[in-house]
Write a protein that binds this ligand. Structure first.
Ligand SMILES: CC(C)(COP(=O)(O)OP(=O)(O)OC[C@H]1O[C@@H](n2cnc3c(N)ncnc32)[C@H](O)[C@@H]1OP(=O)(O)O)[C@@H](O)C(=O)NCCC(=O)NCCS
Length: 242
């Protein structure tokens, strides 16, 4: 597979919107009740939201979806979902969808995209911090309640609330260079996560949750900001700076 033949464009037709519903179920393994439905997608899109798909010929193989938001009193865009079909992963499609989303949002005169993700997921950590250059100063405990219906998000639903400052030097530099250059931070703090939390038993994953929940909460309260992530062997390391 190569991503060269994949096109990224607006999701327009009802059939394509239905395909977004199906892809949510496939990627997150969620029940119908938890799917963001076609009507909500249409309304959000009409009100300034962004819904883009990655298509292999006519088949939807990935999408990104978000809506207009407010952050600290300023206009922002909140990205609610990003998904790529299993067989199409690791070909930069997720990255291309985010870059296309960034362009759409910038064209609306908005400079900030926020989203949430589970800080124990190392793939997402790498994707968000290293490839895209987000920063995070908010940790939300059980953001979606104590139980998640998605198999991808167990041990409660703690989330990082990340900010992608679209025109910042950091982000522009990161998306323009092939290899991310991690920032050189002074007064830094390291917080470790497992390399693959999804492969751990529920008990061990829960221990990681508790440990990292208190480390992140304390560090952010003390004024640290999460700025980088890297993988080292079996573990992942977040770097926080002041
Ligand atoms: C997150 C997701 C959209 C990424 O899509 P994708 O097309 O595979 O993304 P990309 O190919 O652009 O980037 C993935 C990167 O993660 C890396 N990666 C893969 N497995 C990894 C792991 N276990 N730990 C850390 N990084 C990992 C890849 O090597 C790649 O980086 P590289 O380009 O430097 O090699 C896709 O994995 C997905 O749909 N996941 C399930 C839903 C989800 O988590 N959505 C996002 C919520 S924020």
């Amino acid at each position: 597979m190569s991503s060269d033949n994949i096109s990224i464009r607006q999701i327009e037709t009802f059939a394509e919107l239905r395909a977004v519903e199906e892809l949510q179920k496939e990627v997150w393994g969620i029940p119908d009740m938890d799917v963001v439905p076609l009507t909500q997608l249409i309304a959000a899109k009409a009100a300034g939201g962004v819904l883009l798909g990655a298509f292999d010929a006519h088949t939807l193989v990935g999408f990104v979806y978000g809506f207009v938001a407010k952050e600290d009193g300023e206009m922002a865009h909140h990205s609610h979902m990003l998904a790529v079909k299993n067989a199409y992963r690791n070909f930069n499609l997720g990255y291309k969808l985010k870059l296309a989303q960034r362009e759409e949002v910038l064209a609306q005169g908005i400079n900030l995209i926020t989203w949430t993700y589970d800080p124990l997921q190392s793939l997402n950590a790498y994707f968000n911090f290293t490839k895209l250059g987000v920063v995070c100063d908010r940790y939300m405990i059980n953001f979606y309640g104590e139980e998640a219906s998605s198999f991808l998000h167990q041990s409660g639903t703690d989330r990082f609330w990340v900010k992608w400052l679209l025109t910042s030097e950091r982000v522009v530099k990161r998306i323009n260079s092939a290899k991310a250059e991690l920032e050189n931070l002074s007064d830094k703090l390291l917080i470790e996560i497992p390399g693959d939390v999804n492969a751990l038993s529920d008990e061990v994953a829960w221990e990681w949750r508790q440990r990292t929940r208190s480390s992140f909460t304390e560090a952010l309260e003390a004024g640290y900001v999460v700025r980088e992530f890297y993988r080292e062997g079996e573990t992942g390391i977040y770097i926080l700076g002041k």
